[in-house]
Design a protein around this ligand. Structure first.
Ligand code: ADP
Ligand code: MG
Length: 213
């Protein structure tokens, strides 16, 4: 299905085609309209099915329209299990937002490197992509404020939970405003993912893309 029928604004449709995204993948086709409506979402689809754009495009659209820049601090928070994924997701947001009329600042933060350069880059960040441990360090040091987060994404939730980030994730959830949109993406729906989606998601739209689709 083409990106023109999913409810994205012309600017975001242009951003998709500028990145050579001509047709939406099944998970994008089902997730994008739901995210644009403000729904919580559970997205289960295998690696390579296009889950990043399934949340990045509608998040950018929401930031640019009804929720545009009312708040000062991070508005979209994406939690990921690894440094590699943080960088990769950051690049996807960057690629899409390059074609938008408004300026959106995305930053990726992760452990294993020194914290100071990340702290210095944080000011004015609209969308923060983070691994859980480093995010908590940055919050503790006062460099990140989570009080304005309107959309939370847990990406590769199965990996995050199975790589020992569960406690950190739960700590982060306690720091977020109660009223927010929650999106959870995972390749698999195991017991741990199921447990966290039950506590996190409110009346979610469930998008499950099976292998054969
Ligand atoms: P997942 O998170 O499900 O593993 P990604 O979001 O990383 O998948 O996407 C996998 C690859 O497919 C990336 O290289 C991405 O650029 C590409 N891709 C995703 N959606 C589309 C699309 N609609 N059209 C063309 N390429 C796409
Ligand atoms: Mg992914």
């Amino acid at each position: 299905m083409s990106f023109s029928s999913l409810g994205l604004s012309p600017a975001l449709q242009k951003a998709a085609s500028a990145q050579n995204y001509a047709q939406a993948t099944p998970v994008q086709e089902q997730a994008i309209p739901a995210v644009l409506k403000g729904k919580d979402l559970l997205g289960i689809a295998k690696t390579g099915s296009g889950k990043t754009a399934a949340y990045a495009l509608p998040m950018l659209d929401l930031l640019q329209t009804n929720r545009a820049f009312r708040n000062r601090f991070v508005k979209g928070l994406v939690l990921v299990p690894t440094r590699e994924l943080a960088l990769q997701v950051g690049e996807v947001f960057l690629g899409f937002s390059a074609h938008m009329a408004i300026k959106v600042k995305t930053l990726a933060v992760f452990g294993g490197v020194s914290i100071n350069p990340q702290m210095m880059k944080l000011q004015g960040t609209d969308i923060l992509v983070a691994t859980p441990g480093r995010l908590l360090d940055l919050v503790e040091s006062g460099a990140v404020h989570l009080s304005d987060v309107e959309i939370l994404v847990l990406d590769e939730a199965d990996k995050m939970l199975n790589q020992g980030f569960e406690e950190e994730m739960r700590q982060i959830l306690k720091l977020l405003p109660k009223k927010r949109q929650n999106l959870l993406f995972s390749a698999t729906l195991d017991n741990k993912v199921n447990a966290i989606q039950e506590t996190l998601l409110v009346n979610p739209v469930v998008v499950e893309v099976k292998e054969e689709e």
